[in-house]
Design a protein around this ligand. Structure first.
Ligand SMILES: NC(=O)c1ccc[n+]([C@@H]2O[C@H](COP(=O)([O-])OP(=O)(O)OC[C@H]3O[C@@H](n4cnc5c(N)ncnc54)[C@H](O)[C@@H]3O)[C@@H](O)[C@H]2O)c1
Length: 454
């Protein structure tokens, strides 16, 4: 493939490039749909047969604002072709974008089984001259040491000579993946300068955002991990300070609000725990790479431990608060509000709600869970109640895990109509203005002073 900018733009506009996006999940489906919406022919390849059947009918399988009409449009125009057949997709494509899942195992080791299985299966169909773009999050060196050898072994093609490859790690924010698709700068690191340039020229036709070119795939992946580790470590620091200041009876929010007036203070906020597909797992990719070179990244490891312990801290706040009204956890009804790992989206991946509820249940209370995004559903071993009122009814304690807008708008007088009084509120997300806490409520938020209005 040639790397002349105008050439690539003209070919893209003339529909001369055919794409395959592999993995039509939260990242892959918006990516495939938006590229198809630009007029390119895109195969969407996934092993999930049910998802492909739905997509063939023009129905999105991902709950992401703005996505449904695009999927409907591009499937009806035959621009997006959902398929379970890798041969049909790959052998007809010039550009292959990989959006496969890369979770960590229970032992916190990066799990590249989807990538290995997929490339073992598809590499034989890759045409000479193809370009492969890895958007999945992977540790530095995975393109060089795992993916390229897999392709070369299964295809008889040689990297650089026969195919190009680059990492362009996805940095999207669920809930805004479509609406802000054009705003997020892309980090591009190719195996050689030609791969980098061609990928950059392809993305120029897909997004309006800045393109940041880095030396190689491993640098691009290190950028992605650094961003998420930076955030995880900063959240851990503020969580640690919040717990300490609770004990010293100093309000962490007063501190943050004052400290952020300094030019180089970056405010982060304490919370019930860190969830989602990226932050709780990405640090382990780098921790594993560090172990391989005999280095122990202490701060990264401790940050993970601190953030993983936050659900336990929430349980301590529940116990202490119930103590004030002379109730044990065992004899209480505790209602958990929020399953999503962040507000206003239907995504519960690695949500701190799971470890919180599991630990709480061991203490024997009645536990009910409500989340407007999962009403009436059983998720893993948790049942999400159908309605808020029955979740509130006779509750001794409410624990807010997610700050959905719907929860922020709740009126305390409405809540108190159903719950026992006094009511304990343990707020894992600083959902409420502490000045608004009325009579009959004992309120605790992470890092804040106890408000006892009983
Ligand atoms: N979800 C996010 O917020 C987010 C943000 C940034 C980066 N990422 C990264 O993007 C990548 C994709 O994440 P996601 O959230 O879209 O995952 P996902 O689980 O939503 O989707 C993955 C898709 O891949 C398919 N799949 C699995 N194995 C396959 C195989 N062997 N062949 C073909 N298809 C296969 C699955 O059926 C699924 O549809 C991951 O590396 C993730 O870390 C995700």
């Amino acid at each position: 493939m040639e790397c002349n900018t105008e050439d690539i733009s003209t070919k893209f506009k003339n529909g001369e490039f055919t794409f395959t996006v592999i993995g039509l999940g939260r990242i892959g489906l918006p990516t495939a749909s938006i590229i198809a919406n630009k007029g390119a022919k895109v195969y969407g390849y996934d092993i999930n047969i049910n998802a492909i059947e739905k997509l063939k009918a023009g129905i999105s399988v991902i709950d992401e604002p703005g996505l449904d009409p695009i999927v409907k449009n591009v499937v009806s125009k035959n621009l997006l072709i959902p398929t379970n057949d890798p041969k049909e997709a790959i052998s007809n494509s010039d550009i292959i974008i990989v959006c496969l899942p890369t979770p960590v195992t229970l032992d916190k080791i990066p799990d590249y089984s989807a990538i290995i299985e997929c490339f073992n299966n598809i590499s034989k169909y890759i045409k000479k001259g193809s370009l492969i773009i890895i958007e999945s999050t992977i540790s530095p060196g995975t393109v060089e040491n795992l993916i390229i050898p897999l392709i070369e072994k299964n295809s008889n093609l040689k990297v650089i000579r026969d195919f190009g490859i680059a990492s362009c790690p996805e940095r999207a924010n669920p809930g805004e993946i479509v609406t802000k698709f054009n705003e997020i700068p892309r980090i591009i690191g190719g195996i050689d300068s030609k791969s980098t340039k061609i990928v950059a020229n392809i993305y120029k036709n897909i997004v309006d955002s800045n393109l940041i070119l880095v030396s190689n795939p491993k640098t691009a992946n290190a950028v992605k991990l650094t961003e998420n580790i930076f955030r995880d470590v900063n959240i851990a620091l503020i969580n640690e300070l919040a717990i300490l200041f609770e004990k010293l009876e100093i309000d962490i929010f007063e501190i943050i609000n004052a400290a952020k007036t300094k030019w180089n203070f970056v405010p982060h906020y304490p919370g019930a725990g860190v969830g989602g597909p990226c932050l709780p797992s990405n640090p382990y990719y780098l921790i594993q790479e560090a172990i391989k070179v005999d280095y122990v990244p202490h701060i990264i490891r401790f940050a993970r431990e601190i953030n993983d312990r936050m659900p336990h801290h929430l349980i301590e706040l529940v116990m202490k608060s119930l103590n004030i009204i002379g109730k044990s956890v065992k004899s209480s009804k505790i209602s958990v509000l929020g399953l999503s790992y962040k507000p206003n989206i239907a995504d519960y991946q690695l949500s701190p709600a799971f470890p919180f509820v599991h630990e709480l249940r061991k203490l024997g209370p009645i536990v009910q869970i409500y989340d407007p995004y999962f009403k009436g559903k059983s998720i893993n071993d948790l049942y999400i109640e159908n309605d808020l009122e029955s979740t509130l009814t006779n509750a001794d304690c409410l624990v807010f895990i997610t700050d959905h807008d719907l929860f922020k708008k709740l009126d305390f007088n409405y809540i108190l109509k159903f719950t026992n009084k006094p009511l304990i509120i343990v707020d894992g997300r600083n959902t409420f203005d502490i000045k608004s806490i009325p009579k009959n409520i004992i309120y605790r938020s992470i890092g804040r002073l106890l408000i006892n209005n009983s």
